[in-house]
Design a protein around this ligand. Sequence first.
Ligand code: FE2
Length: 198
Amino acid sequence: MTVATTKTHDALKLQKAKEEALIIYHELLKKSGIAITDEDRKTLFSVDLGGTHFPDEGLGSIDLLRTSRVRVSIILLLPGQTLPEHLHPSYEGEPGKEETVRVLYGKTMLYVEGKPSDNVILPKGKEQWYTAMHRNTLLPGDQYTVQPKIKHWFQAGPEGSVNMIFQNKVDETRNLFFDPDLKGCQVPSGLKFQSGAF
Ligand SMILES: [Fe+2]
């Protein structure tokens, strides 16, 4: 197989994985019981963050609200899926994004900096990019606020999870992922929202 053929093959494989994940994200959304319009549902998409490890690393996402000051979104995670470690920095007088996660369905393990927890499961081949090892286990109705400049990452339990995310609006392109393979969140062209990352 030539290099070009391999790249095409990898791209097709990724596309297929994202399409399969989308079906499960829709099922999870339904299980969460959240009231949502068909129009919002159509904006649900699979995010690979520009990396190569989807579905191990990635997420599903819907933006429910974006104004110049506030953002509310839903993040969906497949069983065991990980949204990789990152932080929301301050820049040009903006103190950075404060991000609150509230679980609607399933279980989300939110890792932050602090005393390392036992039995942390990291995505295979990506271990070196994870340093925040203090686990907060969130069940439906639980919520946790991540302050700006704190390294954090998310991982779903065995049933996957659906999470509502409340955050002040910032320039999402400033968000820092540590794995150089990751480019942040892509938003398909044609959507009403512009580029962003989590
Ligand atoms: Fe975040």
